[in-house]
Design a protein around this ligand. Structure first.
Ligand SMILES: Nc1nc2c(ncn2[C@@H]2O[C@H](COP(=O)(O)OP(=O)(O)O)[C@@H](O)[C@H]2O)c(=O)[nH]1
Ligand SMILES: [Mg+2]
Length: 357
């Protein structure tokens, strides 16, 4: 029998009779793999999920704890999603266009992790800006960010990128590693403690699955060679999956994201740029736009160099993007509310025996 506590399960209340707890380890289309005390089972969602879950984030995701009806002879049925300790979301721009507006919805990438490894490779595609975007989204996920710079064996100079990241995010640990030579891996033991969960996030081809494999001491995820000259990664990892490491920690590997869209990132931006927002309180005017106003603390800090220009620009870009997403998703929410009220009205009309003439 498996002890689910080793998978990070904390029993908040005794499950109702007929239901057992489990943790989602894999999701492929609508088929779930769930680890339970009875072992690993395949499961599908109970129909109620499709009827009551309005938004997509309510569907179980890799890392989630769920209650299910165990079926010894076939697919078990997931009946309930348990509360999440942490979740990493991104804006999904792939929705259908309505008129000119493209709908933007929240896509939950992983849940119930303790650490987010923001994985970026040290070859030429290294960009601090990109790391900062992941950082913003991580700061509001409920997990602790750790920046992992991979392929240290390919980098002529390790120090410059490490310093760049430390300067941009002084409160976040940064590690340079190589899954090929093993350099730097020892330092990761600190995070890989029994019962803890780490999610690997980053672009395709940066070496997430290679890191997982070396931590597992075996090839559990396929790694595909990429051309390092242009570092174009192909999407070899096509689904998310949670693995139990020999150390007793768990790792969630994810497919690469071409681009990370910020979603509902106000708190994350404030947490990462509190030095900037602190300046706003020192401007002479409450409604200062920080453009040409006299007594503007931002302009003064930019002029004397105490606020680095790239930091200010990152702040503006992230704010602007987040506003765009917020506006678009509130548009969507309005639209949903509108559809709902139309549906309710139609129901009412039906009940009352059709349109009143
Ligand atoms: N030189 C070097 N190459 C690496 C290292 N880690 C991964 N790679 C290569 O990078 C490519 C993509 O790796 P993969 O783990 O599939 O990346 P993922 O898409 O992030 O999962 C493969 O060709 C790996 O062999 C490393 O530490 N050093
Ligand atoms: Mg991969």
């Amino acid at each position: 029998m498996i002890d689910l506590k080793q998978y990070g399960y904390i029993e908040a209340e005794t499950p109702p009779i007929g239901l057992i707890p489990g943790r989602v380890t894999e999701l492929q289309r609508d088929q779930y793999t769930v680890i339970t005390e009875e072992g690993e089972v395949t499961a599908v969602l109970k129909g109620a999920f499709y009827h009551t879950a309005g938004a997509r984030e309510d569907f179980p995701c890799v890392g989630d704890f769920v209650l299910l009806q165990y079926n010894e002879n076939g697919a078990s049925r997931i009946a309930k999603l348990l509360p999440r300790r942490s979740k990493f979301s991104r804006a999904d721009f792939s929705g259908h266009a309505i008129g000119y507006a493209r709908t933007i919805v929240e896509q939950v990438v992983a849940t119930n992790f303790d650490y987010v490894f923001i994985v970026s490779s040290l070859n030429w595609d290294f960009k601090v800006n990109r790391i900062m975007r992941y950082l913003t989204q991580t700061r509001q996920s409920g997990g602790q960010p750790v920046v992992i710079l991979t392929k240290a064996d390919l980098a002529p100079d390790l120090n410059a990128p490490l310093v760049d990241v430390q300067k941009a995010a002084p409160d976040v640990p940064v590690h340079a590693i190589s899954s090929h030579t093993g350099v730097g891996l020892d330092a990761l033991c600190e995070y890989l403690q029994p019962g803890k969960t780490v999610v690997l996030l980053g672009m395709s081809g940066v070496g997430k699955s290679s890191l997982l494999n070396v931590l597992m001491n075996q090839e559990v995820m396929t790694v595909q060679a990429i051309r390092e000259e242009d570092s174009r990664g192909r999407h070899t990892t096509t689904h998310r999956q949670l693995f139990m490491l020999p150390s007793g920690a768990m790792v969630i590997d994810t497919p690469g994201m071409r681009e990370l869209g910020l979603f509902g990132a106000d708190d994350g931006i404030s947490a990462g740029f509190n030095d900037v927002e602190e300046l706003f309180t020192q401007c002479r005017f409450n409604d200062c736009r920080h453009q040409t106003e006299p007594g503007c603390a931002v302009l003064a800090a930019l002029a004397d160099g105490s606020l680095p220009c790239e930091h200010w620009e990152r702040y503006l870009t992230q704010k602007q993007e987040n506003k765009f997403v917020n506006d678009k998703s509130s548009y969507l929410m309005d639209k949903r509310a509108c559809h709902k009220s139309i549906a309710m009205r139609n129901k009412q009309i039906k009940k009352n025996g059709g349109f009143k003439k």
